[in-house]
Design a protein around this ligand. Structure first.
Ligand code: NAD
Length: 249
């Protein structure tokens, strides 16, 4: 069953990791997808690999500067012009941080907040206008397990993801009357490039601390996005869905 048949979706940070798995999952379920990446080269690479997998998939890409509200608005308007609508927006692009407090600079704090929080709003603002006009839509944000429990070091990261939770709860309440659902997925440790590069002696203690005794796969997170994007979740809004094997501390 194609859960997203003919839906038009935009996925930021769609060139690798969780975003790429989500783009693929949406395409497998009948959506037309525009993926955003940070560079044209990585966008082209992701598109080539998706097209190789299935030449019939309707997928395209762009690389607006997500921290520039005007650039994002222009890209969202282009997508609206090309497809006539935008049904799903997944705000997935993000950066992690592990800077110890003594080494923090306000520039580093701003850099994390700009991409993890401000860029979410930059995508939401023009897309809400499109969704209101068409009578509904779904906005999905990428939070994190550490938005709930914090982490030692890199304080901007959990702070930014807690802000994402705040945006999610508030937008769900404000946009519910317009038939726009807003939810977030809060992944635990997920096997993307960053985690895959860690040595065994770092990974194994992590696995031991996860009740399900494994690191999450990008597909685990993509499945959660698929559920929340689909009509299976038609009465779910304002939810932060943990997908972390019950590792919360
Ligand atoms: P990743 O580093 O593999 O991918 C990040 C994506 O964001 C890439 O597609 C990249 O192009 C994009 N991106 C990064 N900086 C950008 C910029 N300045 N402008 C535009 N795009 C930019 O990471 P991932 O692990 O797949 O993470 C995806 C999301 O999941 C992030 O929001 C991250 O915070 C969140 N998350 C990841 C984990 C994990 O363990 N991997 C856990 C919790 C939350």
């Amino acid at each position: 069953m194609e859960l997203l048949k003919d839906k038009v979706a935009v996925v930021t940070g769609g060139t690798r990791g969780i975003g790429y798995a989500t783009v693929k999952k949406f395409l497998e379920n009948g959506a037309k997808v525009v993926l955003f990446g940070s560079r044209q080269e990585t966008v082209d690479k992701a598109l080539a690999s998706l097209k190789e997998e299935n030449p019939a998939w309707e997928v395209s890409g762009a690389c607006p500067d997500l921290c520039n509200a005007q650039a994002v608005t222009e890209e969202i308007n282009k997508i609206k012009e090309a497809f006539g609508r935008i049904d799903i927006l997944v705000n997935n692009a993000g950066i992690s941080d592990s800077t110890p407090i003594d080494s923090y600079t306000s520039e580093r704090f701003d850099q994390v907040m700009q991409l993890n929080v401000n860029a979410v709003m930059n995508g939401v603002m023009p897309t809400v206008a499109v969704m209101k006009e068409q009578g509904g839509g779904v906005i999905l944000n990428t939070s994190s397990m550490v938005s709930i429990c914090g982490q030692p070091g890199g304080v901007a990261y959990p702070a930014s993801k807690y802000a994402v939770n705040g945006l999610t709860w508030s937008l769900a309440r404000e946009l519910g009357p317009f038939n726009i659902r807003v939810n977030a997925v809060a992944p635990g440790i997920t096997k993307t490039d960053m985690v895959a590069a860690l040595p065994d002696e770092v990974i194994q203690p992590m696995i031991n601390a996860i009740p399900l005794r494994r690191i999450g796969e990008s597909e685990d997170i993509a499945n959660a996005f698929l559920y929340l994007a689909s009509d299976l979740a038609s009465y779910v809004t304002g939810e932060i869905l943990s997908v972390d094997g019950a590792m919360r501390t």
